[in-house]
Design a protein around this ligand. Sequence first.
Ligand code: CA
Length: 240
Amino acid sequence: MVKLTSNNSPSTQSSPGAICILEDEDAPRRSLRFLLESVGFQVIEYASAAEFMQLFDPDTAACLITDVRLQPDGPNGLDIQDRLRQMESAVPVIVVSAYGDVPMAVRAMKGGAVHFLKKPFGSSELLEQVDVAIEHHQKLREARRIRLEVTARFERLTSREAEVLEEVVNGKSSREIGEMFEVSFKTVEAHRAKIMRKVGAESIPELMKLYFVWKGNASPLFLRKPALVDPQNNQLAARH
Ligand code: CA
């Protein structure tokens, strides 16, 4: 079974991270905090765009809920969303507004907002959106983690192994590959064994799955089932 190691770095732990609230008015910010904490979320508040830009940490954030209307002399919630996008942040954004007109909603959607919530909204409506946002974000992070690990595995291949890999993926037999590179069948088999070990595949279908993920032709989440854990792979590969 193909397995990937679990990663315990802070940004990839199973905890979804904090729900960040950006809202300049105290009362709605506190009531949002109260609601989110009452269902067990960790919450970080920002009372201004400036405070947010200074303190926001995308690695610990699960989701940002931002009001559109912030201090009149600074950026608004949509500007903040644009900045996050420019930073290539994957943190999902829920834009909240009492002035939810169509152009604003369209801009929020184009900017990749998970949802545009119009005040007044119900608690369940907000919590539902937060759940959707967190799930989406966790999938993105998991996909990124798996792709990085798969890439690291394929980068361990020598240039000859990489050449053999391409032919294996093209469906060539060890005999055909041997003729192509003018080496013995046994040599090709040895290369194949090392390739399989280095990338953590136990069968050709598993090798193909990993290969397509590495090449960006398949979603890394394709590899999640069965769960991918191979604590020995790194040690094995390190010896070669
Ligand atoms: Ca506001």
